[in-house]
Design a protein around this ligand. Structure first.
Ligand SMILES: Nc1nc2c(c(=O)[nH]1)N[C@H]1C(S)=C(S)[C@@H](COP(=O)(O)O)O[C@H]1N2
Ligand SMILES: [Mo]
Length: 521
């Protein structure tokens, strides 16, 4: 009996989610309750916890979060099922509580609206009905308590209508599965126009091509990150539980705000018709710990952002412009704030359309994203961009700044040992110690390695491509047997050597030297 009750609760939860999924296909994929609650959790998670999650689970962080929500939901469903044995109406009403949580979460997302609440509410009503009906099969008696009928009470004593319950439960499960699968299909196909718009794009030849990468920029050493990171290996960091699928043919970018003399509204074709530039730029996440994986180097094709801003009449603060912050807004309502001074200082700040020879992948911001060499992603690299607003740092705090990250965040000089890996067991003799170092827009001038706190040895640097890209390095280590600690530090183009002081990623990026312990056999 208790098992059947628990099952009723689980089925009620399942039915809620399945119906909500189906309804969300009519609203929009992001409005489903699990996605919405997950998004709301992300919005409210303290920066420290979020950073820990990114570091612990890597790109699986979202799967872990959604899995956690489903487990909690299942437990709550079981509890309500058991409760329904005695309090059928109250337990069914409890399902509605979940709908309210989902509805509030969905409507309260940065890009949420009242209609986003509909899937959660409708789903919860379906779930409540399921629990009420299934529990009715179990507890003809408590229904009798409610109505006070003596005959029904006798029936309870005789046990529940097992066959009726099993049939009803099976029917519920089948109907829910059908609704859920249909909803998933519809949600998946909602990206069809976007996918068609992407495959229809032919990126023109850039008016200003990137210089050829010097042959010596890629040392091609086993275990060393390649100079250009393939799109399939490029890191991904964002808050989107559902990757936005934006149709390039209907996409628009609006440029407005303080000191804008001519507001601009541009389509994707408008951007394609402009003179495009192609640049190799290394992108880094502020959540990258010393030695971490959230850095990659790609060849971007895009529109120079400074040209567009100048056409809109924007001036740098140093030239008397009234706005010192450029706020980029994405289709899902994320905001990013870059210093206007930096964007206009002559560096290759881009509205990128292409990445390594293809239109931006959806996960990396299709159709258009921003890339600013020398700034961490969270203050500059807005994916799924749709609006640029000129304002001031005093007047407006963007998403991450509201969550305790720094307003301004230039990339800190870092170096990483890619090979040997931690606890590798190379043989004595020459061991190639190699890695990458980055100090975007300042360049990397020197990399040094030391063993067991010994003297620093100059590593050989790969050819420099530009100050905006990372630089590979290698040092041939005459390794002797035993356990050794390898350590690396870089010096940027301004002559500043990476500090040894270890600080965490919050609020403006980690510092410290990367080290790797190996056991030479
Ligand atoms: N819309 C949107 N853009 C975003 C983010 C996001 O959460 N949402 N994350 C930013 C962060 S923190 C980084 S480091 C870069 C990562 O870009 P990638 O995922 O293409 O590597 O995207 C930035 N752009
Ligand atoms: Mo980031």
């Amino acid at each position: 009996m208790a098992c059947a009750a628990a099952l009723s609760g689980l089925l009620a939860g399942f039915a809620s989610l399945a119906v909500a999924e189906l309804v969300s296909a009519a609203v929009r994929p992001e409005s489903g309750p699990v996605t919405a609650v997950g998004g709301a959790v992300i919005d409210r998670t303290p920066s420290g916890v979020k950073d820990w999650a990114v570091q612990t689970f890597g790109s699986a962080d979202k799967v872990v979060l959604l899995g956690g929500i489903l487990v909690l939901l299942a437990l709550f469903g079981i509890a309500l099922g058991l409760l329904a044995l005695r309090y059928r109406r109250a337990a069914s009403a409890g399902v509605l509580v979940f709908g309210v949580v989902g509805a509030v979460a969905a409507a309260g997302r940065p890009d949420g609206s009242a209609t986003d609440a509909i899937p959660s509410v409708v789903g919860a009503m379906a779930g409540a009905a399921v629990l009420y009906l299934l529990a009715g099969r179990l507890t003809a008696g408590s229904a009798a308590e409610e109505t006070g009928g003596p005959k029904d009470r006798q029936r309870t004593a005789a046990g529940f209508d097992r066959r009726g319950f099993v049939a009803a439960a099976a029917a519920t499960a089948a109907a829910s599965a059908g609704a859920g699968v249909l909803g998933r299909r519809l949600n998946a196909s909602s990206g069809a126009e976007a996918a068609a718009s992407r495959s229809g794009i032919v990126l023109p030849r850039p008016a200003s091509p990137a210089g050829a990468v010097p042959a010596g920029a890629d040392l091609k050493i086993d275990g060393l990150s390649p100079f250009t990171t393939p799109n399939s290996d490029f890191y991904r960091v964002d808050t989107a539980l559902v990757v936005p699928k934006v149709d390039a043919t209907t996409w628009k970018l609006r440029i407005h705000g303080r000191g804008v003399r001519r507001e601009l509204e541009l389509t994707y074709d408008d951007l394609l018709r402009r003179d495009l530039v192609e640049r190799d730029i290394t992108l880094t996440c502020v959540s990258n710990e010393v030695g971490g994986p959230y850095v990659g180097n790609a060849r971007w094709i895009g529109v120079p952002l400074a040209d567009l801003l100048r056409e809109a009449g924007v001036r740098a603060p140093s030239a008397g412009g009234p706005a010192d912050q450029l706020v980029a807004r994405s289709v899902e309502g994320m905001t990013f704030g870059s210093p206007v001074e930096t964007v206009l200082d002559g560096r290759d700040a881009l509205l990128a359309l292409g990445m390594n020879g293809e239109p931006l992948p959806f996960r990396n911001g299709f159709p258009v994203r921003m890339v600013v060499p020398g700034l961490y992603g969270y203050v500059s690299a807005c994916k799924w961009l749709t609006e640029l607003e000129l304002t001031t740092f005093d007047d407006y705090d963007v998403y991450w700044v509201k969550r305790n990250w720094a307003r301004e965040a230039p990339v800190k000089t870092q170096s990483r040992i890619d090979t040997p890996k931690p606890f590798a067991t190379p043989s004595p003799g020459t061991v190639r110690v190699a890695g990458v170092a980055w100090a975007q827009h300042r360049g990397v001038d020197r990399v040094e390695v030391r063993v067991d706190d010994g003297p620093w040895r100059a590593a050989e640097l790969a050819a420099e491509h530009s100050a905006d890209t990372w630089r590979q390095w290698v040092w041939d280590w005459p390794a002797t047997s035993g356990r050794h600690r390898l350590e690396v530090r870089a010096t940027d183009g301004k002559g500043r050597t990476q500090t040894a002081e270890r600080v965490g990623t919050i609020p403006d990026g980690a510092t410290g030297w990367h080290s790797v312990v190996v056991n030479v056999a």
